[in-house]
Design a protein around this ligand. Structure first.
Ligand code: ZN
Length: 339
């Protein structure tokens, strides 16, 4: 995402660190263990699929409707950890030994990694921007209504200094998250799957959640911040009741989703909280059409600062992008399986 004005900061009520750590551990350890298995299943494919698999995914996308929900297909085989071409060590969180009583009945979160944990649930993933936007400036510069203002239909997004675009990044991470969530039984809808020449506009992205009857939505972005700043942050909706916008019903659940995403993404990637914007990795904004106009719980995540050399190195690494997808998928899973 790029912006022209400083975003307002709005830190949510602090929870006790002990409570937060205990809660996160209870949710994330089983998720990470289960997720690591899924990561193993797709990591080998993910290492070299950034070009070919995207083209295949676009070709396989259903022709009807503006949005795409492609089924998960398991790779033909996986290489063992450490083998040539195989996956590297899993994230540190995945190596932590479970400490729960093994005789205790499984909780909702402990069974979240199963193939049916998210059965009947629908998730909307919004890959920010579109690789084709740069070639359609007239279309994306059109003004659309976001309730409390008018704003460009979409933007090109940012890129690393070496030219890896935000739109490529968001589409790749979104597809990886879709694979994880589909393996857990969810129906996953992508707002765009490389199957549209530009856009869609931000108002359509917001309304896609309701169209899909989604239980939750995440918009994936990479930031274009100052080169000296690094880290990630989650953006939650401020209450906006203006014009055609009324997101008052989703503010509270989106806040819960935002906290889960902040903690889950941090655990999965090791990425620090942004040191140049937001507070403790959290921001609340009223200037984003994707949040103002949403009627399903939704947050944005700026996964890192693509203009920062450290973050750019991570975001261009397919293995790190898999961890990013894991963090997003785990947060959505926790949101849908806990209260
Ligand atoms: Zn963006």
């Amino acid at each position: 995402m790029t912006r022209t004005t400083a975003a307002p900061h709005d830190e949510p009520p602090r929870r006790s660190r002990l409570l937060r750590t205990t809660t996160v551990a209870a949710v994330l350890v089983p998720l990470c263990l289960a997720g690591w298995l899924g990561w193993q299943a797709v990591a080998d494919r993910g290492r070299d699929d950034t070009g070919a698999a995207h083209a295949a995914g676009a070709a396989a996308a259903p022709p009807s409707g503006p949005f795409s929900a492609a089924p998960f297909s398991a790779p033909a085989g996986t290489a063992p950890p450490g083998a040539p071409g195989g996956a590297a060590d899993p994230p540190a969180a995945a190596q932590a030994a479970p400490t729960a009583d093994p005789t205790a009945a499984p909780t909702a979160s402990e069974s979240a990694g199963s193939a049916t944990a998210l059965a009947g649930r629908t998730v909307l993933i919004d890959p920010g921007h579109n690789p084709g936007n740069a070639a359609h400036t007239t279309e994306i510069n059109r003004q659309v209504d976001i309730g409390n203002a008018r704003k460009e239909c979409d933007t090109t997004g940012t890129s690393t200094n070496a030219g890896y675009s935000e739109a490529e990044y968001t589409l790749d991470v979104s597809r990886r998250a879709r694979a994880i969530l589909t393996a857990r039984g969810a129906t996953v809808v992508l707002v765009q799957d490389g199957d549209q020449s530009w856009g869609p506009c931000i108002d359509a992205r917001a309304k896609a959640g309701a169209t899909a009857h989604a239980d939750a939505a995440v918009s994936v972005h990479g930031d274009g911040g100052p080169p000296g700043g690094s880290g990630f942050h989650v953006i939650m909706p401020a209450k906006v009741v203006a014009g055609t916008a009324d997101n008052s019903a989703i503010v509270a659940p989106s806040h819960r989703l935002g906290l889960l995403l902040r903690d889950s993404f941090h655990a999965a990637t090791g990425e620090p909280y942004a040191d140049y914007i937001a507070s403790q990795g959290l921001d609340t904004r009223s200037d984003l059409g994707g949040l103002n106009l949403s009627t399903v719980p939704k947050v944005f995540i700026e996964c890192g600062n693509m203009r920062n050399s450290t973050d750019a190195k991570r975001m261009t690494d397919p293995q790190w992008r898999q961890q990013a997808a894991q963090g997003i998928a785990d947060a959505l899973t926790a949101f849908l399986t806990t209260r």
